[in-house]
Design a protein around this ligand. Structure first.
Ligand code: R5P
Length: 281
């Protein structure tokens, strides 16, 4: 088995290969004068694992090209972060279901697909091969445990992420609650007032994606107003769009952590273990 990677997933791919105890092949990336991309896998095997977070158009294209280069092999595609997954339905007439378009494009050449905390599990049905979603809840729980906090409160910004938050909280049998977020636009959210048992406690807000940081910042503000001792943020996918990281720092968060599904300075826990376990099975 050989692991290959898109350029922006090389750290996670290396960690996954190490966890699997298999080789990672170098991949040559260049761009033609007209801007088109070129990839070449330098070492292959009958079984290939493509680790490819589709964080931008370039990475998506690299994933498509790598899958084609693996034609004829048993190929596992790992999409640690799947871009466009949030447009999982037509919100207005004339719109695409972007998650479906991505799933269809990325299915070609893959025998099986693993995603990590995909925004909406219904997206899995759009892949044209077996697809399974993995969760980093245990790893985030383990990360929180390293903080040695006494009686922390785990919170999700909305009810949608509550199950995920409960999975994290179960690691340390911590208390868990949710806030009530309403999204007004891609960059604007409002939080309904809610009394939380936050006074004098260390709170950790958890979510699948930290995009602009708006949800976490709003939640942090509410918790601080209610007397929280400290507020921290832990998300699976650290997108940090439009200065999201700075927004969270400015909101006074004591720690901002994400995983290496998107490789960032804030990546403090890895998805390689759960990916390796799934691929091995
Ligand atoms: C969306 O519903 C996701 O679960 C996240 O809550 C969302 O992506 C966070 O976005 P932002 O950081 O821009 O508030």
């Amino acid at each position: 088995m050989i692991v290959v990677y898109t350029e922006k997933s090389q750290v996670l791919a290396s960690r996954t290969a190490k966890a699997l105890g298999c080789k990672i092949s170098e991949v040559k990336y260049t761009t033609f004068p007209d801007g088109e991309q070129y990839v070449q896998i330098l070492e292959d095997d009958d079984q290939m694992v493509v680790v490819a977070s589709t964080v931008d158009a370039e990475s998506t294209m690299q994933a498509i090209l790598l899958l084609d280069a693996c034609e004829g092999k048993d190929t596992t595609l790992v999409l640690p972060y799947m871009g466009y997954a949030r447009q999982d339905k037509k919100f207005n007439e004339g719109e695409p279901i972007s998650a479906r378009a991505m799933a269809r494009a990325l299915s070609s050449g893959a025998d099986r697909i693993f995603t990590v905390n995909i925004h909406e599990s219904t997206v899995l049905s759009h892949f044209r091969c077996p697809a399974k979603n993995l969760t980093l809840a245990p790893e985030i729980g383990a990360y929180i445990r390293t903080m040695n906090l006494e009686n922390p409160l785990i919170l999700s910004p909305d009810e949608g992420a509550w199950e995920f938050a409960k999975g994290i909280a179960s690691v340390g049998k911590w208390e868990c609650d949710h806030l009530d977020k309403t999204r007004l636009s891609g960059s604007e959210v409002v939080m309904a007032p809610k009394h939380l048992e936050a006074k004098g406690r260390d709170c950790i807000i958890v979510d699948d994606i930290i995009a602009t940081g708006g949800s976490m910042a709003k939640a942090a503000g509410m918790l601080m107003e209610q007397g929280a001792t400290s507020v921290r943020a832990a998300g699976v996918h650290g997108v940090f769009a439009s200065g999201g990281y700075v927004k969270l720092m400015a909101a006074g968060l004591a720690d901002i952590a994400s995983s290496d599904t998107i490789e960032r300075a804030a990546s403090k826990f890895t998805a390689s273990g759960i990916i390796a376990d799934a691929v091995r099975k």
